[in-house]
Design a binder for this molecule. Structure first.
Ligand code: APR
Length: 225
């Protein structure tokens, strides 16, 4: 069976990586627009680099949790494609082979002038670190107000899904949140989240009101039968 998995920050919450919302609009004590927008970068690139350097260190120390591992296990029986909004690499470290990062990756960098070429980035990026094209490096991350280059491919992927798992996302950030609605009405859609997000009505929707660790394990066991 072809299974598309849409994941958000909640799938990594039990690995100790904080989610974005539900904290007065603050993200690790910063206003999201200060550290995740082109305007924030124009105002204070140093702050933005430092912010992501800290995130990169924390993510490097984090470990995949039961939900990441269960999704990797699912590949033994099904064709599984993960479309994640997360910039961490916990799906890959758990063993998932087919992961698309809609909002970029913390362990990659790119030039401020070219979003199509990216580089491995295991450590810090500092002011003065330049890409081969001679321009400053920045994290390879899609900020608010920027295009989501993988969106078209992701939309096409949804058409052939027989099952969709939506795990740990508040479904409020577009265009990512629209992906679910590109799945056919015949596909079964499971929403796994301790707080059921507000969503448009769509056919064959099943809510599993649990944390990812428990809820994903449960659904994966069912799909492996
Ligand atoms: N298991 C599953 N879901 C959880 C857990 C958990 N243990 N803990 C929290 N959640 C859920 C919350 O209920 C919420 O619905 O995870 C969701 C997290 O929502 P957000 O913080 O909004 O994260 P996300 O949906 O990934 O945000 C989308 O916003 O800031 C941008 O680019 C950033 O990719 C990000 C995008």
């Amino acid at each position: 069976m072809e299974i598309i998995v849409l994941t958000g920050a909640g799938v990594s919450a039990e690995s100790g990586i904080p989610t974005f919302r539900g904290n007065n609009g603050l993200w690790e004590n910063h206003r999201i627009e200060d550290v995740a927008s082109p305007e924030g970068w124009e105002r204070n690139p140093q702050l933005v680099l430092q912010f992501y350097n800290e995130r990169r260190k924390k993510i490097a120390e984090a470990q995949p949790n039961a939900a990441h591992y269960a999704l990797a296990e699912l590949e033994k029986k099904h064709t599984v494609k993960i479309i994640t909004q997360n910039i961490d690499d916990l799906h890959e470290r758990a063993g998932s082979k087919n992961v698309m990062h809609l909002h970029g990756e913390i362990f990659k960098s790119r030039s401020i002038k070219n979003e199509t070429v990216n580089y491995d980035c295991p450590g810090d990026i500092n002011i003065g670190d330049i890409a081969p094209d001679g321009f400053q490096l920045r994290p390879h991350i899609v900020w608010f107000g920027e295009m989501v280059p993988m969106m078209e491919t992701a939309t096409h992927m949804m058409h052939t899904a027989e099952i969709v798992l939506v795990i740990g996302t508040s479904m409020v950030v577009y265009p990512a949140a629209s992906l679910l609605y590109f799945a056919t009405p015949f596909s079964t859609k499971y929403i796994i989240n301790p707080e059921i997000p507000e969503m448009q009505k769509t056919k064959n929707l099943i809510f599993i009101q649990k944390n990812a660790g428990e809820g994903v394990k449960e659904i994966v066991e069912r799909l492996m039968e």
